[in-house]
Design a binder for this molecule. Sequence first.
Ligand code: IMP
Ligand code: MG
Length: 191
Amino acid sequence: MGDFEEILLGREEIKSIVCELGRKISQDYEGKELVLVGVLKGGFVFLADLMREITIPVDMDLIAVSSYGASTRSSGVVRIIKDIDINIEGKHVLIVEDLVDSGLTLKHLKDLFYTRGPKSIKICTAFDKPCKRKVDIEVEYKGIVLPDKFIVGYGLDYAGKYRNLPDVRTLKSEIYMASMQINGNGTEKHV
Ligand code: IMP
Ligand code: MG
């Protein structure tokens, strides 16, 4: 297993989770103008799969943010690296994230998007770790709740690696502990 402890979710399991979310979203937004906003970098794999399970017309865009803090934790200080290009005024926005942990990144994005006059803003995440929440934020669509373990794969990285894994795996703690001792806190990273 190399750097990994175990495979938490296999390809087929992820596929059925994404399929179910796409079905629900298509039903709920029928007849509405929907804009999907994927959060880079992590959210792009999920967004690509999810949008192909949505059967109603949608517009999409991407936002790139980075978070300051230790490399396996989020500090809540979010910097926008690339904003969306499309106008969301009067549209229904669905923010598509890989994983909600503290909720700080999404709280920041939701507050930002609200200033632009959308009709609604909801959140869709593939994976959720509610036990790590630091802010009260509603997550309307969630694929699956995961235990409090650092995970990689399906878009999620550790220090920029493992995003390309088709499944979701737990990383051996010695991998990230060792690197935290070398790098310390205070680094900026793409979420
Ligand atoms: P939050 O702001 O704490 O909710 O976390 C935001 C982002 O941190 C997630 O969208 C991920 O990109 C990243 N993140 C949080 N937990 C993990 C993890 O276990 N593995 C990889 N990335 C994570
Ligand atoms: Mg993310």
